[in-house]
Design a protein around this ligand. Structure first.
Ligand code: SF4
Ligand code: SF4
Length: 56
């Protein structure tokens, strides 16, 4: 299980800085999570202003 970032993402970058395993990177139109590296901690969901990261 991993978190994924939905189209609600406004590319603010806050989650990238807060992820403990640095598995969030900027994509073309939104930020993306490397599902293989994500440890499902939920930190990104907690800091996102638009609730874009969601558990799969
Ligand atoms: Fe990173 Fe945790 Fe979000 Fe996974 S759930 S992308 S490990 S902050
Ligand atoms: Fe996108 Fe939310 Fe991450 Fe900002 S904190 S880059 S809006 S997912």
């Amino acid at each position: 299980m991993a978190y994924t970032i939905t189209d609600a993402c406004i590319s603010c970058g806050v989650c990238e800085a807060e992820c403990p395993v640095s598995c969030i990177t900027a994509g073309d139109d939104k930020y993306v999570i490397d599902a293989d590296a994500c440890i499902d901690c939920g930190t990104c969901a907690g800091v996102c202003p638009v609730e874009a990261p969601q558990p799969e």
